[in-house]
Ligand binder design. Structure first.
Ligand SMILES: [Zn+2]
Length: 158
């Protein structure tokens, strides 16, 4: 756990993180979350300084929806597959609330962010609000998913 850094407020983060978090917050209204009423937004800082966004998109057939992180990562990989993702900011908020809520990424999103990291052969830093007044920066997707399943498992059978 020592690889994770925690900060009580965003003003203690570098200005690049502050900007990315602010942009992610701006996109929260784009979430479509009529079932959970829990809005989530992910902003990806790409290596050309552009930003790719994703918000959670729910569906009446629940499993058909998708989390913000995967919407964003898949959009980035579809639209600009040769660019690397440097950082991901993830924010969440109840639809009826004003304050941000803690919202750590689910396991499926961690798996997808990890695959993106393997693919680009460069770590992706991730920030999320893991508790009230605790912004956590993970140094890589791998750090969020130890002992992960990956393509090596499909080749070797140890
Ligand atoms: Zn997820």
């Amino acid at each position: 756990m020592e690889n994770f850094k925690h900060y009580p407020q965003t003003t203690e983060l570098d200005t690049s993180w502050q900007r990315l978090i602010a942009l992610a917050i701006e996109k929260l209204p784009n979430a479509y979350a009529p079932y959970s009423n829990f809005l989530v937004s992910a902003a990806l800082l790409m290596d050309d300084d552009t930003i790719v966004f994703g918000t959670n998109q729910e569906n009446a057939a629940y499993p058909s929806g998708l989390c913000a992180e995967r919407v964003a990562v898949f959009a980035a990989q579809s639209q600009q597959p040769h660019k690397k993702i440097l950082r991901i900011a993830i924010v969440a908020k109840p639809a009826t609330g004003q304050e941000l809520a803690s919202g750590a990424s689910c396991g499926a999103c961690r798996q997808v962010m990890l695959e993106a990291e393997y693919r680009q052969q460069q770590p992706i830093e991730i920030v999320m609000l893991t508790a009230k007044d605790r912004w956590t920066i993970a140094p890589s997707a791998e750090s969020l998913l130890p002992f992960a399943f990956n393509k090596k498992n499909l080749i070797s059978h140890y």
